[in-house]
Structures are given as structure tokens and as C-alpha cells.
Design a protein around this ligand. Structure first.
Ligand code: MG
Length: 341
């Protein structure tokens, strides 16, 4: 089956400037991938990750390389991995997603059915509150009342004031925090004590990605569970994290796509670890691809599209704090109306 693989840029403008411990942004330069078999078109999305030296140009170049060596698309579960360019997981994820979308469309079934997954229920998804001054954080919390769970970005000197502002504004939403590698061992211990008192459920990536043994020592003293994010990319990273983290955060853009995400879920379970599905700032296209796996996991942080003011796609929708999967073939994603690109 001869395939044509194309890509085009999409700019996603954010509702608010988004800050984490490493930096800030107002617009994200993502790409849409189309895999065309002459009858149907499968869609995928790449959100290049700056931390891994990816940008739109390097991602586009990687997709072009993958187009040359893609091979038979009927092998949709392996084709992207075989064609992938080293260090370009976002490009790999986009092609993998598009191949899965195409397979579902060719067979006329939703992706969850293609994978043998019940369409729900999915875990309640959290809404991410970026790093900001406490008064800005309080305003964002008020805008997130549709969500049962908030994930608050920490990693500054104002961590405690920020969390207290969140708690004061919203006494009832469940809370998780993400330090994005921003703490030291000593600072983490002090923070963990009051985070527990404020009712936080768990902490994502307290220490830098390579500090696995320090994280293991910290976890022995911690009243709260830890999830790995920057410390875990693919399935082969997971065994050494057992005992240092209680769970892993899988992102399609980090791991290279749906097939690898499924492998990661299996390996994490084999090590008795919990699984969260996370995202970068992505449109509803990539968010929906991840949402098809959400019935398999313990926690969902699939809110990247909710941070975007001009989402060009419609897919999984938020219903009572949970993502509801679309029933159309493949990813079930369609273009949003009234959006000109
Ligand atoms: Mg994170």
C-alpha cells in the first residue's frame, strides 16, 4: 500500500501565558501529520519538546526522513518506530498516531475498539495551573471549576504561597503538584510536609531527572507518593525507577506514540507502579489520541487543549471532569468549525 506522508504547521495560541520551572510561552508551534493512502487520510500531531532540543524545523525534517522509510502501513503498530529518527520522539508520535488513525478509518472502528479497550470510564482529568504569582493562580483556579482535580506547577520560592492561594480559592478540588525537577533534597522535605497538610495527592518529578537514587532516598521519607515525568521516556526506563517513584507519567510526545505507550503501561504494571497519562500543549488531535488509552490508567492529565484559545480540532470532550471518547472511526477527530488555518 503506497502512502503519502505530509506535514503542515499549526500555531496554538494560549489562553494565558504558560509558565513552568523551566520557562514560559504564549504560542506553541506544533505540526499536523497526514498519512494518505489515496482513499483515507490519517491525522497525527507533533508538539516538539524544547527540553529535548526539538523544534518545528527539526520535527519537520524528522517527519520527512520518516516518509522516505515508512514502508507498509498495514503494519501500523510498528511502522513509525521502525522509521523513527533518533531523538525525535514528537515526530515519531505524530506519524504513529496518524497510522493508527488511518488503520481505524480503513477498518471503520474507533481506535479504542481497534486496541480492544473499553471506551470508559476514563479517570477524572486534572487541569494544570502554571507557575504564577499567587493572585494570578487564584484567578486561574476560578476558571477551572469544571475540573475535579487541579495539577499545580511548583518549583519557585513562592511554592507555599501559591498552594495556599489555590487551597483558599478552591477548598474542594483534588490537588496534585508538579515540581518539574525544580526542588533540591532539603527543599523537597520541607515542602512535602506542608503539601501533605494541604491535602495534596501526589508529587510529580520532585528532583532533577537523573537523580534517581536521591529520589529513592527522598521517597523513603516522603508522606506523599511520587510520579516520574522527566525521568521516564520509554518502557526501558521504567525498571530502574521502581522503588524511587510510585508511578509514571506517560506522554505520547516523549515516548513516540500509542504502541510504546501500551508497552509502558504493561511494564509499569509488572513493577507494581501506577500510570498517569499526560500531555504537552497540544490540540484536541493529540489529546484525543492519548484519551483512547485513558481507560487503562489511574490518573489523567490531558488538558493541553483546554489551555489553547484556537484549538483547530474537536475530539474527546470533557464531561463531568472526565474525557469522553468520540465514536467515529480512528481517533474520531474532526476539524473545528469556523477555524481558518
Ligand atoms: Mg510534568
Amino acid at each position: 500500500m503506497a502512502l503519502i506522508l505530509r506535514h503542515r504547521p499549526i500555531d496554538l495560541h494560549l489562553r494565558h501565558t504558560f509558565r513552568i520551572a523551566r520557562g514560559a510561552s504564549d504560542v506553541r508551534h506544533n505540526l499536523v501529520v497526514e498519512v494518505d493512502d489515496g482513499r483515507q487520510v490519517g491525522l497525527g500531531e507533533a508538539a516538539p519538546i524544547l527540553r529535548y532540543q526539538q523544534d518545528r524545523a527539526s520535527t519537520a525534517a524528522a517527519i520527512d526522513r520518516m516518509a522516505e522509510r515508512l514502508g507498509d502501513a498495514r503494519a501500523y503498530a510498528q511502522a513509525a518506530r521502525r522509521a523513527a529518527v533518533a531523538g525525535q520522539a514528537a515526530a515519531e508520535a505524530a506519524v504513529d498516531m496518524a497510522l493508527h488513525d488511518l488503520a481505524g478509518k480503513r477498518l471503520g472502528v474507533p481506535l479504542y475498539e481497534l486496541l480492544g479497550i473499553a471506551p470508559g470510564p476514563t479517570p477524572e482529568t486534572s487541569f494544570t495551573i502554571g507557575l504564577d504569582a499567587p493572585e494570578v493562580v487564584a484567578r486561574k483556579v476560578r476558571e477551572a471549576s469544571a475540573y475535579a482535580v487541579l495539577k499545580v506547577k511548583l518549583g519557585s520560592d513562592e511554592d507555599r504561597a501559591v498552594l495556599e492561594a489555590v487551597r483558599d480559592t478552591s477548598p474542594h478540588q483534588r490537588l496534585r503538584v508538579d515540581a518539574n525537577e525544580g526542588w533540591t533534597m532539603e527543599g523537597a522535605l520541607e515542602r512535602l510536609a506542608w503539601l501533605e497538610r494541604l491535602g495534596v495527592e501526589f508529587v510529580e518529578q520532585p528532583l532533577p531527572a537523573d537523580r534517581i537514587e536521591e529520589t529513592r532516598a527522598l521517597r523513603r521519607l516522603s508522606p506523599l507518593p511520587f510520579y516520574a515525568d522527566e525521568s521516564v521516556h520509554r518502557a526501558e526506563d521504567i525498571p530502574r525507577l521502581a522503588g524511587a517513584f510510585d508511578g509514571i507519567n506517560i506522554k505520547l510526545m516523549k515516548c513516540g506514540g500509542i504502541g510504546e505507550a501500551l508497552r509502558m503501561i504493561a511494564v509499569a504494571r509488572a513493577h507494581g507502579m501506577n500510570v498517569m497519562l499526560g500531555c504537552m500543549i497540544e490540540s484536541s488531535l493529540a489529546i484525543t489520541a492519548a484519551a483512547h488509552l485513558a481507560p487503562l490508567v489511574d490518573a489523567a492529565d490531558l488538558d493541553g487543549n483546554a489551555l489553547v484559545a484556537d484549538d483547530p480540532f474537536v475530539g474527546a470532550t470533557l464531561e463531568a471532569g472526565r474525557l469522553a471518547l468520540p465514536n467515529g472511526p480512528g481517533l474520531g477527530v474532526r476539524p473545528a468549525r469556523n477555524v481558518s488555518e
